[in-house]
Ligand binder design. Structure first.
Ligand SMILES: [Fe+2]
Length: 434
């Protein structure tokens, strides 16, 4: 198994990089933008900035004896869901609080950066404490991505990124399915760098032979499902999904709008026609599942997805990424640092394809799997209330999106969301039995 040192930079380097990236994401916002909550599922930018700083205090409180939090008022507002640190503020009322102010949150942000920077520079940390700080950095990366989902909801084309690169234009690709032999597969994280507790331990799963799509499902493919009455026929839908379609009047993925007979969207690239060659994005689990049923296929399990992404059959080994063990770069995957601010067209990253030939498994869109989110056999919690209390009513997504910081993604990474959520950058690819 691979044991590579993926993260060349030190804990301190990663920390400072993450803090500056958070600031760069909000650099062009107006002060008014920081406070507004446009939906109960999103959070105001001010809250994200404060919350990632508060989590640094949480880590310090675990690592430093008798650590005192900066402010009870801040802790109450910035606590997301950790009951061990008091009663959290209501999530859907984060946009109603004008205190702490935006200026105070910035002051707090810098104060915590300096505090942690000082600890990382001057203290001799034991392994457990280092892991806690790595977790805080990865947590901040998760919030950078959540912040981008929220900026899409809050501003979309009015958001002005500091860096913006053009997407690729790629000739249309034929959809194809790749056959993968079953048998025992050892899933889970295999490297020697930071990973979350939910990626461990490695364990054997038995897979039957299966086929999996070489590319994520595109807008063009998804439009056929819509045109064929996919949203009008209960027979494709799980019962809860059909209720959602009826109650929310879903007719298409989130942010899609039909204008003069054409499907349009409004995102970071502007108000524009749906591009048929991009992976479909902003679909819930229910929609992904309904599409598969309509297409006579199914979603892959997360073990099937991971084997298709990371197993090198020729060398009989698992790699950290689809292309091997080297970290992502923008020739292999469309992640946050590509700064394209959108999914790229399918076929745009031939250098990033997996050993089996599956494209874009890292980056672009998170991919829904049919697997329930729960602990692997032998799971041990790494941090109480972080992941383990969500082991019910959520499905696993794999692979990261165009908003995922590259330092925080790998083939074994497990994301999870509720089945009806679709404000994230979520798509899917199909699988089938052979
Ligand atoms: Fe958080």
């Amino acid at each position: 198994m691979a044991t590579v040192s993926r993260q060349k930079s030190s804990l301190l380097g990663q920390f400072n990089e993450a803090r500056s990236r958070t600031l760069s994401l909000v650099q062009t916002l107006e002060k008014d933008d920081f406070v507004v909550q446009t939906a109960p599922f999103m959070s105001p930018p001010k809250w994200h900035l404060g919350h990632v700083s508060w989590l640094l205090e949480v880590v310090m409180s675990k690592a430093i004896k008798d650590y005192e939090f900066y402010s009870h008022e801040f802790s109450e507002y910035l606590n997301s869901y950790y009951h061990q640190f008091g009663e959290p503020h209501d999530k859907d009322k984060r946009g109603l609080a004008t205190r702490p102010t935006v200026d105070q949150v910035f002051e707090y942000f810098h104060m915590m950066t300096n505090k942690v920077d000082g600890i990382l520079q001057n203290e001799k940390l034991d392994e457990k404490t280092k892991q806690l700080f790595f977790m805080a950095i990865n947590h901040e990366c998760q919030h950078q991505e959540l912040l981008i989902y929220d900026l899409q909801h809050l501003l979309a084309d009015r958001y002005r990124p500091v860096i913006k690169n053009s997407m690729h234009r790629t000739p249309e690709q034929e959809s194809q399915a790749i056959k993968i032999n079953g048998g025992l597969y050892k899933m889970g994280y295999t490297g020697d760098e930071f990973c979350y507790d939910i990626e461990l331990p490695e364990h054997n799963v038995y897979l039957n032979d299966y086929k999996i799509d070489a590319y994520p499902i595109t807008n063009k493919q998804y439009m056929k499902f819509i045109d064929d009455g996919g949203y009008d026929d209960f027979k494709y839908w799980l019962s809860d999904g059909w209720d959602k379609v009826q109650n929310e009047k879903w007719k298409a993925p989130m942010y899609w709008e039909k204008i003069d007979g054409k499907w349009m969207t409004c995102d970071f690239l502007g108000k524009r026609k749906i591009n048929p060659s991009e992976p479909v994005c902003h679909v819930s689990y229910y929609e992904a599942d309904a599409y598969c049923k309509w297409a006579g296929k199914r979603l892959p399990t997360e073990a099937e997805w991971e084997k298709a992404a990371c197993w090198d059959d020729k060398n009989q080994r698992k790699t950290i990424f689809p292309w091997g063990d080297n970290p992502p770069d923008n020739t292999r995957a469309n992640l946050l640092e590509s700064y394209i601010w959108n999914c790229d067209e399918i076929g745009s990253y031939p250098n990033g394809k997996s050993h089996y030939g599956c494209h874009q498994m890292i980056g672009d869109v998170w991919e829904w799997t049919s697997s329930e989110f729960s602990g692997y056999p032998g799971f041990k919690t790494g941090f109480s209330e972080y992941n383990d209390k969500w082991f019910a009513n959520q499905k696993v997504l794999r692979g990261g999106s165009f908003a995922t910081p590259s330092i925080s993604i790998r083939g074994s990474y497990r994301n999870f969301f509720r089945l009806d959520e679709r404000w994230l950058f979520s798509g899917f690819r199909c699988a089938e039995y052979v």
